[in-house]
Design a binder for this molecule. Sequence first.
Ligand code: CA
Length: 225
Amino acid sequence: MRLLVVEDEAKTREYLRKGLEESGFTVDIANNGLDGLHLALEENYDLVVLDVMLPALEGWDVIKRLRDKKNIPVLFLTARDQIEDRVRGLELGGDDYLIKPFAFVELLARIRTLLRRGPAREVEQISVGDLEIDVIRRRVRRAGVRVDLTPREFSLLQLLANRQGEVLSRTQIASYVWDMNFDSDTNVVEVAIRRLRAKIDDDHAVKLIHTIRGMGYVLEVGERG
Ligand code: CA
């Protein structure tokens, strides 16, 4: 079994390498996100251990770009004060996470579980009412009619659909879809939602994208105040 460890702290990196090699794994090391991404794309690993806070390219960006191409199990390492990050990590396609500092036996147990489980199963199709999203082909149909979306609109719709019924704030949406933080007074998200709505909802009596005043947006079948 071949593992890739992406970690910038020399001490942790060596600790991981030594421990994993002693446990019978072949271990490659990257000490920044960019090198980690390149290795993960070029080589064949059974699993990637990925630190979140990394120079050159953060763990989030590594997994985003990795997930476009490959479906290897990824175990995130995250600091305790970034606990909310775990949600984001799993959302972006991380398979599990471990909070630093962790016990090596715990890490080993998680790695073995993920390796047994194999690659994460991709969700191929998301349905919300009569809206169908083909995630693999990036195609959308509403009531059987094809809807053409820009890549950005598709990402936005996919995010809302993945978390249907959950209210997402503008800031959350901005950080997922645009991969950056906007000031809360920006209307970039609002404009994008309006465009998406025109394509998804305008021709239909049943609306799927709802504005929750002062909170954000939710995708679901049924009325919201
Ligand atoms: Ca780090």
